[in-house]
Design a protein around this ligand. Structure first.
Ligand code: GLC
Length: 541
């Protein structure tokens, strides 16, 4: 199976894209209505967050039926229409597969609870819990009915981890993927897929909340090879990405090197923890540029050397908007948005755009905790109060870190609810929608810059295929890298600060061609002044 390295992915959180039924929740018809917009942007693949039946405790990542459509979002006919209409626009779909856990409302869990031993073996049941901490807070085990046993839930208590050691579970999971393949789907995003392979004996581990005991276990690779062979590996073309939690380069090389026959590419999150104090999410700290630069270089070179492949992204449905984290967004929203875009679209890997990023959407800036709905934020707020923070301090942290920041309604125009819905949206629209919306931004500098980056990737093989090499490693302001392919070179300079930076340009590059910049640049000299958040890419033939 091969995937096309020239392609760019656009992520849609269906619940927040476009509501056509007037219930305050986005739907599949809403996405269909926006396909011309996406075709204009130029993207090739749409990753859709889960739209399957689900009690929505974790917004659809708690699946209760893997092969149906949640009526909230529409019908199977709507889905088929979406897939066909997208194809007409040259766009393929990528579906989100949550195979590590299912909702406790799934019939498998219900049958298990009712005492059926066949289904009890679908879950991870033990007589005594380990000390592992759930990613959404608290211990990761909960009592399994009145059996005296405990079931594992690495996420919410209603998301029970599935027992992949059981061949029947694997068979069911393969069937799920094949169900959607039979509908013509060629792209898949596998949720926390490096957690599926649990050891037979589960051990306590006070380090990192127990993560090393269940993450990237060797058997995980075996399961991915099986999944590949039983499903998408049989397709000629497609795009398969795995979300890797708490991972490392050697494992990611193995997951994504084509010779392993596991996945096409991997998401890792290390670069989005550079504003965590002591690795803890619910803290406030300005981002650490040194750490960010070093991570990008180590991963860029490591993945390049091992022939692995990364999914490159700044935003997704689990992250606050990157503009609020990495940019002086009050003064340099446009420059910052375009620089961040170039820093990944010109790098080695497949770029992902999260809805709204292409118009420079920012965090909603809610005034009260009552506006937040995410289970993780609500739990974290309580824990912050219990740890002695005042309600103002706790709210300030939630405001900066909540996953709801990226889940707010897509901002289409300046009308009420940002043109997303005629009803009150399930999650309030961000404060800035009257100014930042598709109607005003579509001909503006951010959207058109994204169009240009997407176009360049299709035109220049060096962008899609070139190697990655760190450049200007000593710079404390500029993240720079070089791409190389068949003797051609591409230098990309990204100023991550709101001030000018002087740089010495290597003699040979002064004779290069300016490929793209977010400022007007007409000439190159051996001393360059990069403006605030300037990005500049130079090609040398
Ligand atoms: C992934 C998803 C996140 C979800 C979690 C559990 O990290 O991106 O939204 O809560 O997995 O499924």
């Amino acid at each position: 199976m091969t995937f096309d390295k020239r392609q760019v992915v656009y992520q849609i959180y269906p619940k927040s894209y476009k509501d056509t039924t007037g219930n305050g929740i986005g739907d599949l018809q809403g996405i269909i209505s926006k396909l011309p917009y996406l075709a204009e942007l130029g993207i090739d693949v749409i990753w859709l967050n889960p739209f399957y039946p689900s009690p929505q405790r974790d917004n659809g990542y708690d699946v209760s039926d893997y092969t149906a459509i949640n009526p909230l979002f529409g019908t199977m006919a709507d889905f088929e229409e979406l897939a066909q209409t997208a194809k007409k626009h040259g766009i393929e779909l990528m579906l989100d597969m949550v195979l590590n856990h299912c909702s406790t409302e799934h019939e498998w869990f219900q049958k298990a609870l009712a005492g059926d031993p066949f289904y009890q073996d679908f879950f991870i049941l033990r007589d005594a819990p380990t000390d592992w901490v759930s990613k959404f807070g608290g211990n990761a085990w909960a009592p399994f009915g009145d059996t005296g046993k405990y079931y594992l839930h690495l996420f919410d208590i209603t998301q029970a981890d599935l027992n992949w050691r059981n061949p029947h579970v694997r068979e069911e999971m393969f069937k799920v993927v094949n169900f959607w393949r039979d509908k013509g789907v060629k792209g898949f995003r596998f949720d926390v897929i490096n957690l599926i392979g649990k050891d037979e004996v589960l051990k306590d581990n006070p380090n990192f909340d127990g993560k090393p005991e269940y993450t990237d276990r060797p058997i995980n690779h075996d399961y991915l090879k099986m999944l590949n062979a039983a499903s998408f590996g049989q397709d000629e073309k497609g795009m398969i990405v795995g979300e890797m939690s708490f991972t490392d380069i050697p494992n990611c090389v193995q997951y994504s090197n084509p010779d392993s026959h596991e996945l096409d590419m991997v998401f890792n999150f290390h670069h989005l923890k550079v504003d965590y104090e002591n690795g803890q999410k619910w803290t406030l700290k300005p981002f650490d540029f040194e750490e960010l630069k070093t991570l990008f270089h180590t991963w860029g070179e490591g993945m390049s050397a091992g022939n692995g492949w990364s999914a490159l992204f700044w935003n997704n449905h689990d992250q606050p908007r990157a503009l609020n984290r990495f940019v002086d967004v009050k003064n340099f929203r446009t420059e910052g948005a375009t620089m961040l875009a170039a820093s990944i679209h010109l790098s080695r890997g497949t770029p992902y755009i999260y809805m709204g990023e292409e118009i420079g959407m920012i965090d909603p800036d809610y005034d009260t905790m009552a506006d937040y709905v995410d289970v993780e934020s609500i739990n974290a707020y309580q824990e912050l109060l219990e740890a002695g923070k005042t309600s103002e301090e706790a709210l300030a942290i939630i405001k900066a870190k909540s996953r709801d920041n990226s889940r707010t309604p897509m901002q289409w125009d300046a009308s009420e609810n940002a043109g997303f819905s005629t009803a009150t949206p399930w999650l309030k629209a961000g404060k800035t929608y009257a100014a930042i919306n598709v109607a005003t931004e579509k001909t503006g500098p951010i959207f058109t810059f994204y169009q240009e980056l997407i176009r360049l990737r299709k035109e220049l093989p060096i962008i899609a295929e070139g190697d990655y090499k760190a450049a200007y490693q000593d710079s404390d302001k500029v993240y720079a890298f070089e791409r190389q392919l068949d003797g051609q070179r591409l230098l990309v300079l990204n100023n991550f600060f709101a001030e000018e930076v002087e740089m010495a340009l290597a003699e040979e590059f002064t004779k290069g061609q300016i490929l793209i910049s977010n400022y007007d640049v007409t000439a190159l000299a051996d001393t360059l002044i990069l403006k605030p958040y300037q990005t500049l890419a130079i090609v040398l033939n």
